[in-house]
Design a protein around this ligand. Structure first.
Ligand code: DGL
Length: 275
């Protein structure tokens, strides 16, 4: 058990220090939701681009990357809260992170299949995620529990290669469309009305998904729910939610600055680091 950073002092106006990480830039879709809700905070984001994609790595490798990043955020920034803005890392590492850092507020990201089960009208739900997330125990258990409560047909689809396309800024290219066409055609033919975006990169291809599905879809991602949970847990620890926001984006390899700007709609300091 490791001693981590301090939980907020109720009387202080010290900004809330939030660590966030993902294998790449996808987790910025979660940061966007955090930024729209949280005030008086410093956000330290790690994009582990050197080791991306996580979805095609072993659970042991993903756990190691996740623990190293968490330790970096604690050592350098003494974070109060950690958001694992990655479904794949949540599946492989969240239990261990909570065990290692019991003083830290830790929030994970999981495919929103619960809201999808509640919202589907056709009773047919697509789930797009990385191979590691779909194979993970957490996802399997949730899918089994929900399936025993309501009869919904799940169309699960791993999307190897899609994270790389997005990281390379190849969102509207023919190759990305062809990949999605191959994966989504069975869902289109089966009247799927709700698709769970079970990877934080995938909201960035929402338009392409709707284009391929040939209609507006109920696309479920969990950024807003994560931001709400973060606000509520921080408030319980004395966060007042007023004041300025600032942030630093750390990367472990080169990234495209224009993609960062396109996602966040604002400039952010970027530093390349070795962890
Ligand atoms: N954005 C990630 C997720 O939510 C990881 C994708 C990857 O690196 O494979 O699963």
């Amino acid at each position: 058990m490791k001693k981590t950073s301090s939980i907020l002092n109720p009387q202080s106006s010290i900004p809330l220090k939030i660590g966030v990480f993902d294998s790449g830039l996808g987790g910025l879709t979660v940061v966007k939701a955090i930024v729209s809700l949280i005030r008086g905070a410093e956000i330290f984001y790690v994009a582990d681009t050197k080791n991306a994609p996580y979805g095609e790595k072993t659970p042991e490798e993903i756990l190691l990357f996740s623990l190293k990043i968490t330790q970096f955020l604690i050592d350098i920034h003494h974070i109060d809260a950690l958001v694992v803005a990655c479904n794949t890392a949540t599946s492989a590492a969240i239990k261990e992170i909570r065990k290692e850092y019991p003083d830290l507020i830790v929030i994970g990201t999981e495919p929103g299949i619960k809201p999808a089960f509640e919202q589907t009208e056709t009773g047919k739900v697509g789930v797009l995620a990385t191979p590691a997330t779909l194979k993970g125990e957490k996802y399997q258990q949730l899918a089994n529990t929900l399936s025993s409560q309501r009869k919904v047909t799940l169309y699960e689809q791993a999307c190897p290669g899609l994270v790389e396309q997005i990281e390379n800024g190849e969102i509207h290219t023919e190759k990305t469309k062809a990949m999605l066409e191959k994966w989504l055609a069975p869902m289109r033919a089966s009247d799927v009305d709700t698709i769970v975006l079970g990877c934080t990169h995938y909201p960035l291809v929402s338009e392409v998904i709707e284009h391929v599905m040939q209609r507006r879809m109920n696309l479920i991602h969990t950024g807003d729910a994560i931001a709400k949970r973060l606000l509520s847990l921080s408030r319980e620890n004395g966060h007042e939610n007023r004041g300025k926001l600032s942030g630093i984006l750390y990367t472990t390899d080169k990234i495209s600055k224009s993609i960062v700007y396109n996602i966040l709609g604002r400039e952010i300091e970027i530093q390349e680091i070795k962890i």
